[in-house]
Design a protein around this ligand. Structure first.
Ligand SMILES: C[S@@+](CC[C@H](N)C(=O)[O-])C[C@H]1O[C@@H](n2cnc3c(N)ncnc32)[C@H](O)[C@@H]1O
Ligand code: SF4
Ligand code: SF4
Length: 360
């Protein structure tokens, strides 16, 4: 019997109102950034296309390469590793056109307007030299997911994977593990637009990746629900860090953003992974509870409860990440400066329970 298609059951997020609003905002930003370049004479450049970004260049489940991790419509496709080497793709015609257009003050794709790797060029400055990525890339083992988050454009990405290859086969994972080793990457983010632990091969994938990249920092983000067997926990020990996306303290709160997720199962999986790791005397993976802040989960009494639950699960880090996606879910407490739990950091705020004396 054919496996049921998770993809088909999910409404296309691009038809959701929040995505249409987001597209209009993005068009406005493109216009403004190009206008600003025109009147100021400053062009742009892209640190991802110079090989200097940590978290943007992505190898998708069908072996296409995207310049950014939000490439749900394929506009950021630079090429295909089934037909070209990584080097040919990275220095190929599409990447070159992107660099050239940016230097002239044009945004080659609308995604640039909200991309952290878009930088302003000094007036009349030449483009910085480009090298192969060395700091980090994303590797998407699957673009399928068991959950449907309101702000996640996973379904758009799944619809454009070449030959509907929603899952990277094991032999290709092995080749990609060789590639990341050749590139000498400092970090591999084993995720993109899908749930890494939904892959039927995840127990083989992670040991291969680690064996070929023994010193690399391997980071995974998961909704947690499927990290639920000893075999998967054993595989997870190959990661340096695992983030559990769990945006609330109970089913009702979580379900507002993460449709079809299961709070109790995800929380238990997070707790069980810590216990499994500790029972083996291992220090890694570092386990982080990633809590996106929305206006329905940011009340001080809920945050205080999250802190207690994080302690009970013995996670290493509890982090709070503000987001504008969806715009109507924005945490006003955060934006008004009323959110004080944890210590300020690039994510938002966090409590690192490994630090002596760490408090809420
Ligand atoms: C697309 S998910 C894929 C990995 C995994 N399925 C997960 O959800 O953790 C990649 C990252 O996007 C984050 N994410 C999801 N929705 C977001 C939003 N509205 N704003 C910012 N980050 C978000 C998740 O927490 C996760 O760390
Ligand atoms: S979206 Fe634009 S700025 Fe971002 S990585 Fe791609 S080309 Fe560079
Ligand atoms: S769990 Fe991750 S991949 Fe799945 S819908 Fe949510 S953010 Fe997207």
């Amino acid at each position: 019997m054919a496996a049921p298609s998770v993809t088909r059951e999910i409404r296309n997020p691009k038809t959701r109102f929040n995505w249409r609003v987001s597209d209009v905002v993005r068009r406005g930003m493109v216009w403004w950034l190009e206008f600003r370049a025109k009147i100021s004479g400053h062009g742009y450049h892209c640190t991802a296309l110079e090989g200097e970004s940590e978290y943007n260049i992505t190898i998708n489940s069908d072996l296409t390469v995207s310049c950014n991790c939000q490439d749900y419509d394929g506009t950021g496709h630079l090429g295909d590793l089934k037909t070209n080497s990584f080097e040919e793709v990275f220095f190929g015609p599409t990447a070159k056109r992107f660099r050239d257009e940016l230097a002239k003050g044009k945004l080659p794709i609308p995604t640039c307007s909200r991309c952290g790797d878009l930088k302003r060029l000094a007036k009349n400055a030449g483009l910085p030299a480009a090298r192969l990525p060395h700091r980090g890339i994303l590797l998407e083992n699957t673009v399928r997911c068991n959950v449907d988050c309101i702000g996640c454009a996973r379904e758009g990405a799944a619809a454009i994977r070449v030959n509907k290859q929603l899952q990277m086969p094991l032999d290709q994972i092995t080749k990609m593990a060789d590639l990341t080793a050749q590139l000498g990457l400092e970090q591999i983010f084993y995720l993109n637009l899908g749930e890494p632990f939904l892959s039927p091969n995840v127990c083989q994938e992670l040991p291969i990746l680690r064996q070929k990249n023994p010193k690399t920092r391997i980071v995974i983000s998961t909704n947690g629900v499927l990290l639920n067997t000893d075999a998967k926990r054993e595989a997870a020990l190959n990661a340096s860090q695992i983030l559990f996306s769990l945006h609330g303290i109970n089913q009702e709160m979580l379900g507002k953003y993460m449709h079809r997720s299961k709070f109790d199962e995800a929380y238990q999986a997070m707790k069980d992974l810590v216990a499994y790791r500790d029972a083996r005397g291992a220090k890694e993976p570092v386990v982080e509870w990633k809590y996106l802040l929305f206006n329905w989960n940011d009340h001080p009494k809920h945050i205080a409860q999250a802190v207690e639950m994080a302690k009970a699960a013995k996670v290493d880090i509890l982090s709070f990440w503000p987001t504008h996606n969806p715009y109507y879910g924005m945490s006003w407490r955060w934006h008004l400066g009323l959110f004080k739990t944890g210590i300020k950091c690039w994510k938002g705020r966090e409590i690192d329970f490994r630090v002596k004396g760490a408090t809420a």
